[in-house]
Design a protein around this ligand. Structure first.
Ligand code: AMP
Ligand code: GLY
Length: 419
């Protein structure tokens, strides 16, 4: 199989590594990729939101399978663009991608199919007063969500009513541009979060290893939200009892709902869940893998990923094996000093090649004259796989000691709460 993978983060580095291990691979291209993906395939410079440009590349390189890493090409309709053309796409149609692209649609979908989630109401700019009235009936904290994609910043949680009202007004007046023209106000869920990953061909599905993501910049979950500072898989509280509730109450109704809505869904469903005293509630759907969760989920997959993708493309996923390692994976994210606020880039990174027993996944890096430089907020992640969480943490942190660049920062407590 010739494969084109779209994206350039740690997630895509981890997906590229797994694809490169497949016996079904002929050639792998990653667009635009990063210095890490270049170890496993050929990077190709490309605007991945220009579907004609992607199509030209696919035709010129006889690509059989297009794997879409990030959400944006999906919400913009890349899968619909290739419908009926001789390439299979891993990623849902535009209608399916609205599960991530529109919080209002996701909430409507969950309420229609009886999927447990926080109660909600949606408001547009002309309904500001109704929005205020809704907030007045609620108890703090108040959860306000921009309907559309807002680079991971569209969820605001505030403790007092007057701040909630002013936040609602700012959002409806364009704080996040078109993304917050509609705002979802929802009940606050108290619990512990876990990320569930499902691969589906639209009829059957495989549950991939679950993960816990650490979103805040500071140790003990303090400070600003980030794209993710580390992840662990498996998650001890996602035990068989909990997962059977997730399967029956969430995954199966989701797949049935997609079918009922005539949504063509071949790809990943990433379900952000809150475990509220043992009961799962959906916080959000994403239509792609998570980052940095992929850096712990994919190293635990023993399955041949292209065999699974082939099952998705051919609609016979139920005939494929999805074997998973019992080991524990921990990933630690090294970020640029200042992130998630402003930071400088272009600093040389040393020590990557001295990490031999663990995996360094590149995220925001670039290569110049043989040197690896920082080029983003989340720079790289170090993943360790070991027999238990204690060993995996110890090993990942030991490897991280090798990594140096000006201003490097990482959390010291990834996985500590699960021990
Ligand atoms: P999202 O962008 O939807 O992942 O939301 C960002 C974060 O906000 C989530 O990871 C949760 O930590 C938090 N969050 C979102 N919705 C709720 C809710 N209803 N109750 C409590 N926390 C929430
Ligand atoms: N780590 C959370 C995400 O990928 O959305």
């Amino acid at each position: 199989m010739n494969v084109l993978l779209l994206g350039s983060g740690g997630r895509e580095h981890a997906i590229a590594m797994k694809i490169a291990q497949s016996s079904k691979l002929n050639r792998l291209f990653v667009a635009p990729g990063n210095p890490g993906t270049a170890q496993f395939g050929q990077n190709a410079a490309m605007n991945i939101l220009d579907f004609d440009e992607v199509e030209t590349f696919i035709n010129e390189n006889a690509i059989d399978l297009l794997v879409v890493g990030p959400e944006e090409p999906l919400t913009k309709g890349i899968t619909d663009h290739f419908a009926g053309k001789p390439v299979s796409v891993i990623g849902p149609s535009k209608k399916g991608a609205a599960l991530e692209g529109s919080k209002d649609f996701a909430k409507y979908f969950m309420s229609k199919y009886g999927i447990p989630t926080a109660g909600y109401q949606s408001f547009t700019a002309d309904q500001l007063l109704q929005g205020f009235a809704c907030l007045e009936t609620m108890t703090p904290p108040y959860v306000l969500k921009a309907d559309g994609l807002a680079a991971g910043k569209g969820v605001i949680i505030v403790d007092n009513l007057s701040e909630a009202k002013s936040t609602l007004q700012e959002m409806l007046e364009g704080k996040f541009g078109d993304a917050s023209k509609k705002v979802v106000i929802e009940e606050y869920l108290n619990g512990i979060e876990v990320s569930i990953f499902v691969l589906t061909d639209g009829k059957s599905y495989k549950i991939l290893p679950e993960a816990k993501d650490y979103k805040q910049i500071g140790d003990n979950d303090t400070g600003l939200n980030t794209g993710g500072m580390g992840a662990v898989s498996p998650v001890p509280f996602a035990n068989a009892t909990f997962m059977s509730k997730v399967r029956e109450r969430i995954i199966e109704p989701t797949i049935r709902g997609l079918q009922n809505e005539n949504i063509d869904y071949k790809g990943f469903i990433f379900i952000g869940l809150m475990n509220c005293k043992g009961e799962p509630f959906v916080i959000e759907y994403n239509v792609r893998m998570g980052d940095p969760e992929t850096e712990v989920v994919f190293p635990r997959l023993d399955a041949d990923i292209l065999d699974l993708f082939e099952g998705v493309a051919n609609g016979n996923l139920e005939t494929r094996q999805c074997s998973v390692s019992h080991k524990t994976a921990v990933t630690i994210v090294a970020v640029s000093g200042g992130y998630p606020e402003s930071y400088s880039k272009g600093f040389e990174i040393s020590g990557i090649s001295s990490v031999s027993d663990n995996i360094v996944f590149h995220a925001g890096t670039s290569e110049k004259s043989g040197k690896i430089l920082t080029s983003g907020g989340r720079v790289l992640t170090v993943t360790a796989l070991a027999d238990n969480l204690f060993e995996a943490r110890k090993s990942a942190y030991k490897s991280m000691q090798n990594i140096e660049f000006e201003g490097v920062y990482f959390r010291k407590d990834i996985g500590l709460d699960l021990m």
